[in-house]
Write a protein that binds this ligand. Structure first.
Ligand code: BG6
Length: 532
C-alpha cells in the first residue's frame, strides 16, 4: 500500500506497497454484527466512527456479515447521508475511499429517521433486527451505540429494555459515548436507568484515549519491564505532569462545549484515565475487571479537594484571539455558538495527590487546553534530584533531574532524559536523551483509537472501556472544582491568548513548589504532517 500525507495530517493508504498497518494483526470477529448508531447523523459518526469502521473493513476486521443502521431525528435522505459519510471517510480514514470500495462498504449502511422518545421506533428496530437475523440465519450481536446527548441515554436504554432488545446478555451491548452526565448526580441517574435494563457486562463506556496505542503501552511499559517499577514511587518521583494540549479551538462544537468546558470535556475522562494508568498498582492479570479494579483504586485514593481550597489547586482559563501557525484566530467568545460573555473554561489545570503508600505527597499536575502553542499530549515523570551532588559546581551548570516522557501524540514514543559527561578534558555534565519511537522501532502504522475500540466492542472485550464505578469516582474527584467554579464566575476571561501555553496562574501552580510544566519532548513526530 502506498502512503501519503494529506493536509489533515492523516496518513492515507492507497494501493501498492507501503508500511505495514497494525490492524493487519486483528482477526475478523466471528459473529455477525448489527451496529445501531443513535444520533448517528452527527459529527462524531462522520469524523470518527465511520472512518474507523471503513479502516476496519479495509483490513477485513469487520465480521463477514454486518449492518450499520443510523438512527437520527434529522430528516435526511439515505443517499445524501451516505455521500456525507463518504466525504468524512475521505478526510479522516487512513485509507483511500475509492468509489468502488465505498460502494461496497456503504451497501451495509441504512438510515432510519427516528424520534428516540417514540416507542413505535423501537418496535420497528426490533423487527429490523429480527429480519436481519432471519436473513443471515445466525444469532447476531446487536450493538446500540448512543452517540446522542447524555439526556437521551436513560430513555433509549429504557425503551430498548421494554422492547426486549437488551435481554440477550451475550448478544446485546450498549455503548455510551462521553460525557456520561454533566456531574455526579446526573451520571448516577443515567447509570440507574441504563443498569436497570442492561447488565454491567453489556455496557461499554467509551473514553477514546484508552484506545490509543501509546496509552495502551503505558501498562506494557510499566509491568513488562522490571527496570522502572522499583523506582515508580514517592521515594524516587518528585512530581508527575500530564499534559493534553490542543491547537484546535472548539471548531463547530460551540453549542456542546458551552455546557461542558475543559474540565468536563477532557479532565473528567481522558486526563483522569491517564492518571490511573500511571498511578495504579500492578494488576494480577489483564482480565478486564482486574485492570479496572486497580484503576478505580487510584481515583478512590485521590485526596479530596476542600471547597475552600479549590483556587489554590485548580486554574481555569479561556482563550482570547491570537496567532496559531502564523494565522490569526478568534477568541473563544467569538466562536460560533458561544456566548459573547461566556465564562466556560477552555483550559484547566489541577494539582492532585494520590493518598496511598506509593504516592503519598507526590503532586500530580494535570493540564489541558484548546488553542495552545502546540498540539502535544505527554506524561512526564520527573525524578528527584540526586541526594548529594559530588560533581563540582562548574560541572553541573546545565544539570537537570532525570525525567521520563511518555509521548502519547502527535509524537509517539518514550524519551528518557539523563546526564552524560560532555566529551572533553573537563568534567562537564549535560542532559541527553534516549528515545524510543514507534515509527523507528516497529515501522508500522498505528491504528486510530476508534479502530481499536470498535473492534474490542465487537469481540466483547471491555478491558479498555470504563466501568460505572470509575466514571462515578472521576466525577466525585472533580465535584468540588465544578461546584466552586460554577458558584464563582471568573472575572478575568479571556486570560490567555490563542497560541500561548495558557494562563500565567497555571505556571504559578507549579512554580510555588519549584516545579515547572515541561516543554514537549524532542522526539520526532510520528508523522510530520501530524504536528499541525
Ligand atoms: C474529545 C473532546 O473527547 O477529545 C474534544 O470532546 C477533544 O474536545 C478531543 O478535541 C481530543 O481528542 P484527540 O484524540 O484528538 O486528542
Amino acid at each position: 500500500m502506498a502512503k501519503n500525507d494529506d493536509s489533515n495530517g492523516k496518513i492515507r493508504l492507497g494501493a501498492g506497497p507501503g508500511p505495514a498497518h497494525a490492524l493487519a494483526s486483528y482477526q475478523r470477529p466471528e459473529q455477525p454484527v448489527a451496529l445501531v448508531i443513535f444520533g448517528g447523523a452527527g459529527d462524531l459518526t462522520w469524523r470518527k466512527v465511520m472512518p474507523a469502521l471503513y479502516d476496519l473493513y479495509k483490513h477485513a476486521c469487520l465480521p463477514e456479515t454486518f449492518a450499520i443502521t443510523i438512527m437520527d431525528v434529522a430528516g435526511l435522505h439515505e443517499k445524501e447521508l451516505i455521500n456525507h459519510f463518504h466525504e468524512g471517510v475521505k478526510q479522516f480514514s487512513q485509507h483511500e475511499a475509492t468509489t468502488k470500495d465505498w460502494r461496497e462498504f456503504s451497501g451495509h449502511i441504512s438510515y432510519f429517521k427516528a424520534d428516540f422518545t417514540d416507542r413505535a421506533v423501537y418496535t420497528q428496530l426490533s423487527d429490523r433486527l429480527a429480519a436481519l437475523e432471519k436473513k443471515w440465519g445466525a444469532n447476531l450481536v446487536s450493538i446500540f451505540y448512543l452517540a446522542t446527548p447524555p439526556r437521551f441515554f436513560g430513555t433509549i436504554a429504557d425503551m430498548l429494555g421494554d422492547t426486549g432488545l437488551a435481554r440477550k446478555r451475550r448478544q446485546a451491548r450498549i455503548l455510551l459515548e462521553k460525557p456520561i452526565g454533566h456531574d455526579l448526580k446526573s451520571m448516577q441517574k443515567i447509570n440507574r436507568a441504563v443498569s436497570a435494563r442492561f447488565h454491567e457486562s453489556q455496557i461499554f463506556r467509551i473514553d477514546h484515549y484508552l484506545g490509543k496505542e501509546t496509552v495502551r503501552n503505558i501498562l506494557a511499559f510499566r509491568f513488562a519491564n522490571l527496570l522502572f517499577e522499583p523506582i515508580w514511587d514517592r521515594r524516587y518521583v518528585d512530581y508527575v505532569t500530564i499534559t493534553v494540549a490542543e491547537q484546535v479551538g472548539v471548531e463547530n462544537r460551540g453549542g456542546y462545549y458551552e455546557g461542558a468546558g475543559a474540565l468536563r470535556d477532557m479532565v473528567q475522562n481522558h486526563l483522569l484515565q491517564l492518571l490511573c494508568l500511571i498511578a495504579m498498582e500492578p494488576p494480577v492479570s489483564f482480565e478486564a475487571d482486574e485492570v479496572r479494579n486497580k484503576k478505580v483504586d487510584v481515583l478512590h485514593a485521590v485526596r479530596e479537594i476542600p471547597g475552600d481550597a479549590v483556587s489554590s489547586v485548580a486554574v481555569r482559563g479561556q482563550y482570547g484571539p491570537g496567532v496559531i501557525g502564523g494565522k490569526k484566530v478568534p477568541g473563544y467568545r467569538q466562536e460560533p455558538g458561544v456566548a459573547a460573555t461566556s465564562s466556560t473554561e477552555t483550559y484547566a489545570a489541577l494539582k492532585l495527590f494520590v493518598d496511598n503508600w506509593r504516592w503519598q505527597d507526590v503532586p500530580f499536575y494535570l493540564r489541558t487546553g484548546k488553542r495552545l502553542a502546540e498540539h502535544s499530549s505527554e506524561i512526564v515523570i520527573h525524578f528527584r534530584p540526586v541526594p548529594h551532588q559530588s560533581f563540582p559546581l562548574e560541572a553541573i551548570v546545565s544539570w537537570m533531574p532525570v525525567s521520563l516522557s511518555l509521548c502519547i501524540q502527535p509524537r509517539e514514543g518514550i524519551v528518557l532524559r539523563f546526564q552524560a559527561k560532555k566529551p572533553g578534558a573537563e568534567v562537564i555534565l549535560e542532559p541527553v536523551e534516549m528515545n524510543f519511537s514507534y515509527r523507528q522501532a516497529f515501522g508500522t502504522i498505528l491504528p486510530e483509537a476508534y479502530n481499536t475500540l470498535l473492534w474490542d466492542l465487537m469481540i466483547g472485550d471491555a478491558t479498555i472501556f470504563m466501568r460505572t464505578d470509575q466514571v462515578e469516582a472521576a466525577w466525585s474527584v472533580l465535584a468540588p472544582v465544578l461546584d466552586y467554579w460554577q458558584s464563582e464566575p471568573p472575572d478575568d476571561f479571556p486570560n490567555y491568548a490563542a497560541g500561548s501555553w495558557g494562563p500565567q496562574d497555571a505556571a504559578s501552580l507549579l512554580a510555588r513548589q519549584g516545579c515547572a510544566w515541561p516543554f514537549p519532548s524532542s522526539l520526532p513526530p510520528a508523522h510530520p504532517a501530524m504536528m499541525v
